[in-house]
Design a binder for this molecule. Structure first.
Ligand SMILES: [Zn+2]
Length: 191
């Protein structure tokens, strides 16, 4: 694992470049949230975040070009992973949410909006650092990536009808994990 960790510095910039590329490719053809979607998520997310978010329905979600090499390296270290973006129903590039369904479920949109908020609080670079570090620490198991675990846990509570403020809880959670420093909270107002 420590060998795998040594790849971190080389992986993160590639992931960030891919995220920015994908966002640029899709943001133009993406739509705003429908009134119904906005209403359903209101109260959980800052209004500005819901207004700024974009959604695009795509045929397939592509794997990043460097994924194959990364998985080969992992296999070399005896780590067998199944990480295939083709199997996911949604993915978020900063404020641009890609989904496969024409009318994504509220749960799916909620999950992806938690990622939008993660990007907003951490910045793209901070998001990538936390995500990639989480991937490596968790042995490349999707569910063990803290940013995914947080999104899934919050989505389960949303689905159960609980009301809570995602931005506030997320900031506390990111701070507790050391992803967000106290002096960085001013970033929340930006983007
Ligand atoms: Zn996710």
């Amino acid at each position: 694992m420590s060998l795998l960790k040594s790849f971190l510095p080389s992986i993160a910039p590639k992931v960030q470049g891919w995220i920015e590329e994908q966002r640029a490719k899709h943001i133009g053809g993406a739509r705003v949230l429908t009134d119904g979607e906005h209403e359903r998520l209101a109260g959980y997310f800052p209004d500005a975040a819901l207004t700024a978010a974009r959604v695009k329905t795509v045929q397939r979600i592509e794997n990043p070009p460097f994924l194959e090499g990364l998985l080969k390296q992992a296999a070399f270290f005896g780590i067998r992973v199944q990480f295939d973006f083709n199997g996911v129903s949604g993915i978020t590039f900063v404020d641009c949410i890609l989904v496969k369904e024409k009318a994504p479920s509220a749960d799916l949109l909620f999950h992806e909006m938690v990622h939008v908020e993660q990007y907003r609080q951490l910045g793209t670079e901070g998001f990538v650092q936390a995500y990639v570090r989480g991937m490596v620490d968790g042995g490349l198991v999707y569910e063990r990536i803290p940013l995914e675990a947080i999104a899934s846990e919050m989505t389960a509570r949303f689905a159960a009808g609980e009301k809570f403020n995602v931005a506030d809880e997320l900031a506390a959670s990111l701070r507790a994990r050391g992803y967000l420093q106290d002096d960085n909270t001013g970033r929340q107002g930006k983007c």
